[in-house]
Design a protein around this ligand. Structure first.
Ligand code: ASP
Length: 290
């Protein structure tokens, strides 16, 4: 692995919450490969935005996580997906909510960011936009979907994917994509496509959240991490713990991954596990679920 002059950093998550008696070997192998690919791309000069989009798209199309192909239907039997991304250097952001019929919601979110003056498109309008942009449609739904989640009795059961990165230019980016909470009500939108709740990036840090989105929205969790760094001078991990503590105080559970402009990396959770992979400063990749 070549040494890079400027630090790069990368963390991904494959969703909060793991089952005690299930093997996650396939996810661990997959996340390790994605983190290694992101590390190599970033060390070769690739952008943080490209790195987070590539990792999230690969997770969406793998069927291994509750996002994209692995998403579960809502109570009406429909597959409504949410995604967002943010480019820290420009503070540009894009998002889609309750999007039906497209293979990669994160690609749709990027198209919203790059090809419209808007931040968030929802529902049938978002789908029309994706068609107009020539984004890849799902053929043969619901057969395309292979719900990755096992039944879960918690009131708001979860699964999401996300990635955060720092590139050699010192730019930060974050991306998050989800099938939403299991058995969600038709039309429900969680934190994932809400900039500041599920995703945030600026010149200080990049953040992606997973967990019970209603609580992350009420805590404005992703932006809170940056606010803690900015206004309270907290180190990244303390800021993430503070934001997660606020979520917990409201009664919610989940996890947060983050990187900052110095290359610090962080993956914290109060849920029973969080699928994740971290690229450490020396280039070593560490993946875990519990
Ligand atoms: N946060 C997502 C949502 O509430 C779910 C998850 O992270 O698993 O839609």
């Amino acid at each position: 692995m070549p040494a890079s002059s400027s630090p790069v950093a990368f963390v991904l998550h494959g969703g909060a919450g793991v089952l005690a008696d299930r093997s996650y070997d396939a996810e661990l192998t997959h996340m390790t490969q994605l983190a290694e690919a992101a590390r190599d791309a970033l060390q070769a000069g690739g952008s943080a935005l490209d790195a987070v989009c590539a990792a999230v798209k690969a997770m969406e199309t793998s069927g291994l996580y509750v996002a994209g192909k692995g998403a579960s239907p809502n109570q009406a039997g429909r597959y409504e997906l949410d995604a967002s991304l943010m480019d820290g250097a420009s503070r540009q952001a894009g998002a889609v909510a309750a999007l039906e019929g497209f293979v990669s919601p994160i690609e749709a979110a990027r198209a919203v960011m790059e090809r419209t003056p808007h931040v968030l498109l929802a529902g049938s309008g978002a789908a029309r936009f994706c068609t107009d942009q020539g984004l890849e449609p799902v053929i043969d739904a619901p057969g395309y979907y292979t719900p990755a989640a096992a039944p879960d009795s918690r009131a708001i059961a979860t699964g999401t994917v996300g990635a955060v990165a720092l590139d050699q230019q010192g730019h930060l980016a974050a991306a998050t994509s989800t099938g939403g909470t299991l058995k969600k009500v038709w039309g429900r939108v969680g934190d994932t496509p809400i900039i500041g709740s599920g995703t945030w990036a600026d010149e200080r840090c990049a953040v992606s959240c997973t967990g019970q989105g209603e609580y992350f929205m009420r805590a404005n969790a992703a932006a809170d991490v940056s606010a803690r760094v900015r206004y309270a001078g907290e180190a990244l991990e303390a800021a993430v713990d503070g934001a997660l503590g606020d979520v917990a105080q409201l009664g919610g559970e989940g996890g947060i991954i983050a990187v900052d402009a110095t290359g610090a990396v962080c993956a914290r959770f109060n849920s029973p596990g969080m699928k994740r992979a971290i690229v450490h400063a020396d280039g070593r990749v560490e993946a875990g679920v519990r």
